[in-house]
Design a protein around this ligand. Structure first.
Ligand code: SF4
Length: 367
């Protein structure tokens, strides 16, 4: 089959040749990754699923340590299902996008209790598991079960947009890119093809300055032949993320313990620990309003500077108020000793707030 698209010019692409070329390149250049089966080994669906969930919105370098810890502690899906949600959340702390930890735990329980400990083997069935979207389902189905499925994440979108010179901007072009990627998946070695596309995007067809001279697709790549590879994929202008502001309150007792409260189970950073926070709005609260938001009366001092953190849909800036207290009390929550803080289920934002509260650079009283 020869693929043709009305807006495309030569060179033409034969999917069989493209797939064979990429697989040959992969056989010689595949990355060694902790979750990747070695050649000739059967991939373990549990490990494929775990790594794919961890890799959502997260880099390979950030995931490697977490993956090792999870698989040492919970070597199979039944073991993960038997863990408590708080244990899973604690092990996940620092990896971000915390809804993933809750979905991970829920999926492990579904697989253990409703599927007899075996992951469903088709992308369609995998989609029914919590936290498994089209990309993750395609990746697991292809890698773990060799189903003829494309796994199209941002890396694959970039490679495919260039290979076919798709000039329609993202995100509108997503369905086109998915169909084009699917058209290249070979009948055999679908899992290797998915991983080869990932590796090509990560190491050769990089966002900036792709290394076309060492690409297995350079002879047939339309963007390369047109000299437009660096300008693809085109992207619709980004909407500016709104800025929210608020106050955080870090109380420390004489033993160095910090007051933490648990966030509501549902919503942003659901169920994670945090120092008490005030509500978020377009501006910082005035001093008198901030002190009313504090968890109890104390000698609260505002630290200079702010803690900034980017979420998917908004930017957050928090002023940090600190109090050294003689006695605990007057507030709900738990006081965590310094040694317990190190392993607590604290998102990165909350660790930044605590560090800011005690950073010697900001040691002078603010007001
Ligand atoms: S030739 Fe260049 S632009 Fe085309 S797929 Fe290869 S690295 Fe990407």
């Amino acid at each position: 089959m020869i693929l043709t698209m009305p807006h495309m010019r030569e060179p033409r692409q034969n999917p069989h040749v493209a797939a064979a070329g990429l697989l040959a390149w992969y056989d010689a250049n595949r990355r060694v990754l902790p979750w990747r089966a070695m050649p000739g080994e059967m991939p373990d669906p549990y490990r494929v699923w775990l790594s794919e969930v961890m890799l959502q919105q997260t880099t390979v370098a950030a995931v490697a340590g977490y993956y090792r810890e999870f698989t040492n502690r919970w070597p199979c899906v039944d073991a993960l299902a038997a863990a408590s949600l708080d244990e899973v959340r604690g092990a996940w702390a620092g990896l971000g996008y915390y809804a993933r930890a809750r979905n991970l735990h829920e999926t492990a329980q579904m697989v253990a209790h409703e599927h007899g400990g075996r992951f469903p083997s088709s992308a369609a069935a995998l989609r029914r598991l919590p936290g498994v979207g089209p990309y993750t389902a395609g990746a697991i189905a292809a890698i773990a079960f060799d189903e003829r499925e494309a796994a199209v994440d941002a890396n694959a979108e970039r490679v495919i947009a260039r290979f076919f010179a798709v000039e329609e901007p993202l995100p509108r072009s997503k369905p086109t890119l998915r169909n084009l990627a699917q058209s290249l998946v070979p009948a055999r070695r679908a899992g290797d093809f998915a991983q080869a596309l990932m590796d090509l995007g990560a190491t050769v067809c990089t966002p900036k300055r792709p290394s076309c001279s060492r690409c297995p697709w350079k002879k047939n790549c339309r963007a390369f032949s047109l000299g437009i590879e660096e300008s693809l994929p085109r992207k619709a202008p980004r909407r500016v993320r709104p800025l929210r502001r608020g106050a955080a309150f870090v109380a420390r007792d004489r033993n160095g313990a910090i007051l933490l409260v648990k966030r509501p189970e549902k919503g942003l950073l659901g169920g994670m620990l945090q120092p008490p926070l005030g509500p978020w709005s377009a501006s910082f609260p005035r001093r008198s309003d901030a002190l009313k938001q504090a968890p109890f009366r104390a000698e609260w001092r505002r630290r200079p500077g702010v803690v900034s953190h980017g979420f998917t849909h908004f930017e957050l800036e928090l002023e940090v108020w600190r109090a050294e207290v003689r006695a605990r009390g007057g507030s709900t929550g738990s006081w965590l000793a310094p040694h317990a803080l190190a392993t607590a289920a604290l998102p990165t934002l909350m660790r930044k707030i605590i560090a800011h509260a005690f950073d010697p650079e900001f040691a002078q009283p603010a007001r």
